[in-house]
Design a protein around this ligand. Structure first.
Ligand code: ZN
Length: 507
């Protein structure tokens, strides 16, 4: 067989894995948009079965044989050639999955089902003790999982590596110390300012009117509705079934207009990334997270979040955007916005108001919520924080950083779904996204001075095209920091993000 034939055999195997994972994704999309609640339990089994099939395909002897041949075939190729990267990533994933016994995967899946039910009950009763023992078990199984994958300095390193390869407890500690030192003074300045008027955000905005805005907003930013859809859900998300079918979702809050507008902008950013992946990577390892077993083209969770935050915050949550587009918004809601100016709208959607809930946080306090969670996750994983002491640790951190007294567990330690689903280690990727988005955009603006004028004129295609060629098209070919080094000359650097926040909130 020729080199190409060996590679083709491996790619056929990976394409099958990708197909199965896309099938799990469509089941997930359905469960969060269309499925009646009664389907939850059987759907859980269906997704677990398909995920197991994908893993088995990856670990099958035929894949191993094709992989060994392909490894020999790409040996002479340059390090960052796409084919070589496909082979390397497949090897990395195979070794990863080999280390985790099927019994542990099953145990984690079984725990997830009961832990989520316990979390829902605990949250509705605002009583952490109902969830406590399930979280303790989640931490225990996460420790076991980390030990299987292997770690050197901290068990958290193994968990983070699933979502954000390259980051560790130590690297995050350094990064967040720098961010915190720059961020808290900006927050102080912003908090000392008078609050803008926000009354009009909470007026009655019928869903029908909001629905009329959504698709055109996504399209304005470059989202291709021929290869995408916008649907309604409870917890908005984006999911792709190859670059040619990329779906976003939103929720409409009748009494809070910004939720759908900025939510759609955010998910559009995720969607643009997936729609922009090189067509040649379709159904390959460069459009599949073979470690996380998820059919996704973005190179890491943090890189993905960098694109959603870039469009949501730098483009749509900007003064120039609303100077340009507020009149259109007012056409949809002439009565509700009759006494509001574009400037007032901009100020209202950029107000800084520390609160208890992460998903409702403004740009300045959002990362504070994340850093608190990462500190706690590290301490849970290394055993320095017993689960029973968690509410106390949480409340103390909120008091220290935001000067707020948490009233109950529902507004504190029980607010996020993540830990009940077994996800420990994904929180840092939100803040990494904020940092990376600002860093990429700062370089772009410096290298393409004409870009600002285009954005100010409402022509977003120039920005989309730059991001497509620099980030999106590469899929998973480059690791996050590799991509950053290619495009910005350095790895993750919080300075551009801090400069952006200072300029926007404390200038
Ligand atoms: Zn996101």
């Amino acid at each position: 067989m020729t080199q190409q034939a060996y590679l083709a055999t491996l790619q056929e195997r990976i394409a099958a894995v990708n197909d199965v994972l896309n099938a799990t994704s469509i089941l997930t999309w359905d469960s969060r948009t269309m499925m009646p609640a009664g389907g939850a339990e059987t759907r859980g089994h269906q997704i677990a079965t398909l995920t197991r099939i994908a893993r088995d395909l990856l670990l099958a002897p035929e894949t191993e044989r094709a992989l060994e041949e392909a490894e020999r075939a790409v040996e002479g190729l340059a390090e960052d050639i796409a084919e070589r990267r496909m082979v390397q990533q497949t090897r990395h994933a195979v070794e990863h999955h080999k280390r985790v016994p099927a019994s542990l995967i099953q145990e984690r899946a079984a725990l997830r089902t009961v832990a989520q039910a316990a979390w829902i009950e605990a949250r509705s009763k605002s009583d952490f003790s109902i969830f406590s023992s399930y979280l303790a078990k989640t931490v225990e199984l996460s420790r076991a999982y980390a030990d299987c994958i292997g770690w050197r300095e901290h068990p958290y390193d193994a968990m983070v590596s699933i979502y954000e390869p390259g980051e560790t407890a130590a690297s995050l500690k350094r990064l967040f110390a720098e961010l915190r030192a720059g961020l808290l003074p900006v927050l102080d300045v912003a908090r000392s300012r008078p609050q803008p008027r926000t009354d009009f955000l909470f007026r009655d905005y019928p869903e029908e009117g909001q629905r009329a805005i959504g698709p055109s907003l996504a399209e304005k930013l470059g989202y291709d509705l021929q290869r995408g859809r916008l649907d309604t859900t409870v917890h908005p998300f984006e999911v792709s079934f190859t670059r040619n079918d990329v779906r976003i979702t939103t929720r409409y809050n009748r009494n809070y207009l910004p939720a759908s507008i900025f939510g759609i902008a955010h998910e559009t950013g995720h969607g643009l990334y997936e729609q922009g992946v090189d067509p040649a990577y379709t159904r390959t390892a460069l459009a599949t997270d073979l470690v996380g077993l998820y059919a996704v083209g973005g190179t890491s969770f943090g890189a993905h979040e960098s694109q959603s935050r870039l469009w949501e915050n730098h483009v749509v949550r900007s003064r120039t955007f609303w100077q340009l587009h507020f009149p259109e918004l007012r056409k949809h809601f002439p009565d509700q916005l009759s006494d509001v100016s574009a400037e007032e709208f901009y100020r209202a959607v950029t107000r800084v108001e520390p609160g208890f809930i992460r998903v409702e946080a403004d740009e300045l306090t959002y990362d504070v919520h994340i850093m608190l969670r990462v500190d706690i996750e590290c301490a849970l994983m290394d055993g320095s924080l017993p689960v029973v002491d968690l509410p106390e640790a949480w409340n103390a951190a909120i008091r220290r950083d935001l000067d707020l007294v948490v009233p109950d567990d529902a507004h504190g330690v029980l607010q996020d779904v993540h830990w009940s689903t077994g996800y420990i280690g994904s929180f840092p990727t939100y803040t990494i996204g904020n940092i990376m988005g600002a860093q990429v955009l700062e370089t772009l603006r410096r290298q393409r001075p004409s870009l600002d004028a285009a954005i100010e004129a409402g022509e977003y295609s120039a920005l989309a095209e730059e991001l497509r060629t620099r980030i999106w098209q590469h899929g998973r070919r480059f690791m996050r920091d590799e991509l950053l080094e290619r495009e910005t000359g350095r790895g993750l650097d919080p300075a551009p993000y801090l400069a952006y926040l200072r300029n926007k909130y404390a200038a």
